[in-house]
Write a new protein. Sequence first.
Length: 159
Amino acid sequence: MEGYDFDEIDFFRRVALSGARALLIGRRALVLLGLPLLTADYDFWVHIDDAAVFNAALYPMGFVATRTPEEARTKGRYALENDEHVDVLVARGVPTVDGVRVAFDDLWARRRTLAVTPGVEVSIPCISDLIATKRFAARPKDLEDIRLLETLKSEDEAS
């Protein structure tokens, strides 16, 4: 069996052109910020009303949703899968491990865009908000990511 030839630029282009309010979170966002990390999947937080649009944009690349948008809204998350894996969070807000509610609309308002190549941009939360998303689970790797993001944040503030 021949493996799927995944085109990350096309992937990000499709997300951007879809019009879905979608924020790249997780380690892939940190990689785009220049941090030296490895990750095997993509994590997005998609506005609760935009899951169908997000799914439709990636369907031509062979991505299949593990839940319908209606099911995803009740569960708060789902995945898109082909040879790649995309975890998708669909909730108006998520609490951190210490009980702070993080709202999608607030992150969307403060988002930043990064060019992955000329003409293709991806939206990510600002660094402070990325840190908050890392506090959803606060696993050991998330705590290390927070440390790296705090360093990056300090460097940004110093410049």
